[in-house]
Design a protein around this ligand. Structure first.
Ligand SMILES: [Fe+2]
Length: 390
């Protein structure tokens, strides 16, 4: 018996080495006249990027280049959306890591709202949990081009927008129609990515895949994609971090797995690690991937220990054993030790270095943060995991 499920997925995907050079052709095919290119400063200073801008202009397509730095905030989205609306852009192209892609998503929605309304409106009003308005379905055209093999934002229907500080938050602007119209995944774009970024974004993707695959909301359609992607990432990520940073086949596996991780969370949900990463990331400016990478091993170990007491749900053990097979490991313990090995060589700074205080961690850990986790953890255990990471 297969329980009822629904799938929200990318309409068009272009995957493979060199596909970035197709951007101008794809924008022209869709009839867009003016593209806003939202990209990290690092990528927008590359020759590849200059060629793409030139190729678009050669086709008579207007281009506004807008550098994006750091994770999107209410202030940055409001400012960029106004610039994009003022320039009269009809498509937003996000090129970069999760920050650039989430910015592009939110700007595609907000620039259209600003163009239509005379009174300026802030994205905060549409955010889950803090806004007072329902997010609009309509937006400008949206193309996502990931460069870091991380968040899988190119495949999801939400943009995470933050306001960092004591009253800070990280909340989603979410609607089924925010899945990009076109995703271009060119694994070559991640060539030369710094090791620390490969580690943080790779562990975010692995966490997303494992949380979605073992989620209580999992479905067989996504499971079949997620399991294969977990196999790829569990084999490729440690090799990339050990010594083979320039191997193109590993980058290809990572880029694919990251895309599937986005599709998986959009359709199967998440667990404790992301339940904690949201509020933690709103409090201090620690990279999302570092938070996930710090939590994935101890949270999974705690779940396996609690699970051993009752053996329920049986499917959790079955799924962990399937992962072990793909990684060439034995059973649940084999999965845990491999994840521990990857996070150890990722060598992340401890949470304390970002300014987290024990009281803050106690307060966040004692809330209901399990999301769709297959195993419930006692709050005091979640708190003690967090405090151990200070
Ligand atoms: Fe994530």
């Amino acid at each position: 018996m297969i329980d009822r499920f629904a799938i929200a997925a990318t309409g068009n995907l272009l995957f493979g080495d060199g596909t970035f050079s197709e951007l101008d052709n794809q924008v022209a095919l869709r009839g867009f006249a003016h593209a806003a290119l939202l990209s990290s400063r690092t990528f927008s200073s590359t020759e590849r990027f200059s060629h793409a801008v030139e190729a678009l202009r050669d086709r008579g397509i207007g281009v506004s280049v807008i550098p994006v730095s750091g994770e999107p905030t209410v202030a940055s989205i409001d400012r960029i959306s106004k610039a994009v609306a003022d320039a009269g852009c009809d498509v937003v192209v996000g090129i970069g890591g999760g920050s650039a892609l989430d910015s592009a998503k939110a700007v595609a929605v907000m620039a259209l709202q600003l163009a239509k309304n005379h009174d300026p409106i802030s994205v905060k009003r549409y955010l889950e949990g803090v806004g007072d308005l329902t997010p609009p379905a309509e937006r400008l055209g949206l193309i996502a081009i990931p460069t870091t093999a991380g968040t899988g934002s190119e495949a999801t229907k939400n943009a995470v927008v933050a306001d960092i500080g004591p009253q800070g938050f990280k909340k989603s602007l979410r609607h089924d129609s925010y899945i990009p119209d076109l995703v271009i995944i060119d694994p070559l774009l991640a060539k030369g990515l710094p090791r620390a970024v490969t580690a943080a974004s790779g562990l975010d993707a692995l966490t997303q895949l494992m949380e979605a695959y073992t989620s209580t909301k999992a479905n067989p359609f996504i499971d079949s994609l997620a399991l294969d992607a977990i196999g790829r990432i569990g084999n490729a990520l440690p090799r990339l971090l050990e010594s083979e940073a320039s191997d193109p086949s590993l980058r290809s596996d990572m880029a694919y797995a990251a895309y599937i991780s986005g599709m998986a969370i959009a359709n199967s949900g998440l667990g404790y690690v992301h339940g904690l990463a949201g509020p933690l990331g709103g409090l201090h400016a620690a990279a999302h991937g570092i938070i996930c990478g710090s939590l994935i091993a101890p949270i999974n170990r705690a779940m396996v220990e609690i699970h051993a007491l009752s053996g329920e749900p049986a499917v959790f053990k079955t799924k962990m054993e399937q992962i072990a097979l793909l990684w060439g490991k034995r059973g649940m313990e084999g999965v845990l030790s491999h994840v521990e090995y990857i996070t150890r060589i990722a060598d992340f700074p401890r949470l304390g270095t970002f300014g987290f205080l024990e009281d803050e961690l106690r307060s966040i850990g004692s809330k209901d943060v399990g999301r769709n986790s297959p195993v419930a953890l006692p709050a005091e255990q979640v708190v003690s995991i967090l405090v151990s990471l200070l």
